[in-house]
Ligand binder design. Sequence first.
Ligand SMILES: *[C@@H]1O[C@H](CO)[C@@H](O)[C@H](O)[C@H]1NC(C)=O
Ligand SMILES: *[C@@H]1O[C@H](CO)[C@@H](O)[C@H](O)[C@H]1NC(C)=O
Ligand SMILES: *[C@@H]1O[C@H](CO)[C@@H](O)[C@H](O)[C@H]1NC(C)=O
Ligand SMILES: *[C@@H]1O[C@H](CO)[C@@H](O)[C@H](O)[C@H]1NC(C)=O
Ligand SMILES: *[C@@H]1O[C@H](CO)[C@@H](O)[C@H](O)[C@H]1NC(C)=O
Ligand SMILES: *[C@@H]1O[C@H](CO)[C@@H](O)[C@H](O)[C@H]1NC(C)=O
Ligand SMILES: *[C@@H]1O[C@H](CO)[C@@H](O)[C@H](O)[C@H]1NC(C)=O
Ligand SMILES: *[C@@H]1O[C@H](CO)[C@@H](O)[C@H](O)[C@H]1NC(C)=O
Ligand SMILES: *[C@@H]1O[C@H](CO)[C@@H](O)[C@H](O)[C@H]1NC(C)=O
Ligand SMILES: *[C@@H]1O[C@H](CO)[C@@H](O)[C@H](O)[C@H]1NC(C)=O
Length: 432
Amino acid sequence: MGIFRSLKLFLFVVHTEAYDALDPFGNITIKWDVISWTPDGYLAVVSMFNFQQYRHIQAPGWTLGWKWAKKEVIWNMMGGQTTEQGDCSKFKGNIPHCCKKDPTVVDLLPGTPYNQQIANCCRGGVLSSWAQDPTTAVSAFQISVGSAGTTNKTVKLPKNFTLKAPGPGYTCGPAKIVKPTKFITNDKRRTTQALMTWNITCTYSQFLAQKTPTCCVSLSSFYNDTIVHCPTCTCGCQNRTEPGSCVEPNSPMLASVVSPPGKVINTPLVQCTSHMCPIRVHWHVKLNYKEYWRVKITITNFNYRMNYTQWNLVAQHPNFDNLTQIFSFNYKSLTPYEGLNDTGMLWGVKFYNDLLTSAGRLGNVQSELLFRKDKSTFTFDKGWAFPRRIYFNGDNCVMPPPDSYPWLPNTSSKLVLSMLSTMLATLASLLI
Ligand SMILES: *[C@@H]1O[C@H](CO)[C@@H](O)[C@H](O)[C@H]1NC(C)=O
Ligand SMILES: *[C@@H]1O[C@H](CO)[C@@H](O)[C@H](O)[C@H]1NC(C)=O
Ligand SMILES: *[C@@H]1O[C@H](CO)[C@@H](O)[C@H](O)[C@H]1NC(C)=O
Ligand SMILES: *[C@@H]1O[C@H](CO)[C@@H](O)[C@H](O)[C@H]1NC(C)=O
Ligand SMILES: *[C@@H]1O[C@H](CO)[C@@H](O)[C@H](O)[C@H]1NC(C)=O
Ligand SMILES: *[C@@H]1O[C@H](CO)[C@@H](O)[C@H](O)[C@H]1NC(C)=O
Ligand SMILES: *[C@@H]1O[C@H](CO)[C@@H](O)[C@H](O)[C@H]1NC(C)=O
Ligand SMILES: *[C@@H]1O[C@H](CO)[C@@H](O)[C@H](O)[C@H]1NC(C)=O
Ligand SMILES: *[C@@H]1O[C@H](CO)[C@@H](O)[C@H](O)[C@H]1NC(C)=O
Ligand SMILES: *[C@@H]1O[C@H](CO)[C@@H](O)[C@H](O)[C@H]1NC(C)=O
């Protein structure tokens, strides 16, 4: 098992970096377009593009902060607002929207009066992932800046951008001046352009976002009775001496613990399990046909305080290049590297199962995948039929150790080697 151990070590190293092998170019780009110079500053439209294939920002939404380079103020905003006004006492008459040196901006909520909206605003800071819905993967607000430079030579770019979702995880680079954006009018008959444009790129690291995993994988198959459960204590350990660390599903206190009257709590509260994860993904190898084989995937929500809206799952398995049919989920094949087609993204069908409700209610969504066998690689032996990697909402799910996978009776060491070489080839291509 020495090779397995070094494989695990290798995967661990990859995951601690601010780099995602399955979405190598994933980023959120923030773009400032100066629309006009004003007597004491400028008017700009700030847009955020979520270019990440499978990582979205769900309620309560993003917050964006920065530091002004000089003594800028925000006269007013549309489609967004700062969380604090700050000290505007030196202004007489016209009072700015915000005088802080380091403003923090949030999106407005749906239902904001029409005259305070701009295009792509007012979704409560929720951003879809690019693969799920590019039309709602953009957020924007308009900002009128005073005490700022009034030409492209005197303006100073804001610094130290921080993007929260709303927790940590994103790191933003410096603002860079880019080619001015061109805008096409609605009737497509005229093109205008920004007076000046700068971009900021932010990237996500799961390692920065949280220290403990949030998701685990369990496995089973038709050819072996063993159910391989999530590793014990994957996301934490049950602590009987500390009440409130988890809840039993039949607890009479359940309702009052989950949402104490008159309080809104965002910390997760999970059902007591051996793994203590908010999310479990179960991969069951269900059926074997002559030409095909079938997998059932079940995602279970153990978090009483969270409904996962627009959830998504990314799975890596060498047979994804011959996925023939998928039931009741949307599917997109991800090809992060040329020639490698072993990764699929799955997400719920709108208004049917795109909402993974909290534990105690429905609590799970499921689907079946039908793969066409590729005779040269297909085998049920030595765990080949199980996924290599699973992500839920962009976060890596902890797999059981490879040597615990359900095995076919009567195993042959030849096939072990062939599976290992497949895995090594996959890993080698990820490295390049
Ligand atoms: C951000 O994502 C876009 C779209 O995938 C890509 O074109 C761009 O190169 C990325 N930027 C960085 C700095 O990775
Ligand atoms: C500033 O504007 C002038 C034209 O008004 C243009 O030639 C120049 O390239 C601009 N500089 C920057 C940094 O955008
Ligand atoms: C702001 O960013 C600069 C580099 O761009 C860094 O040197 C400085 O420490 C940052 N300041 C704060 C308060 O984060
Ligand atoms: C700046 O951001 C916009 C929008 O995300 C993008 O279309 C453009 O390519 C970016 N420019 C550069 C140089 O990254
Ligand atoms: C359980 O919780 C108690 C009280 O918070 C703490 O002292 C103890 O170390 C915890 N035990 C474990 C195994 O985490
Ligand atoms: C989850 O959704 C259900 C029904 O849509 C709702 O009753 C419940 O309050 C929601 N729970 C949370 C934690 O938002
Ligand atoms: C990858 O596999 C999927 C599913 O079989 C297929 O639809 C898609 O065309 C393949 N893409 C490439 C680039 O081979
Ligand atoms: C599986 O997919 C690969 C790549 O798309 C293709 O070359 C091969 O012929 C397919 N095998 C079967 C059995 O369809
Ligand atoms: C099922 O798989 C387990 C490994 O998880 C193995 O120990 C057991 O022998 C297998 N059962 C049979 C009947 O082969
Ligand atoms: C392999 O299968 C045969 C019969 O099918 C059985 O007699 C033998 O004990 C099995 N060997 C192992 C290692 O399970």
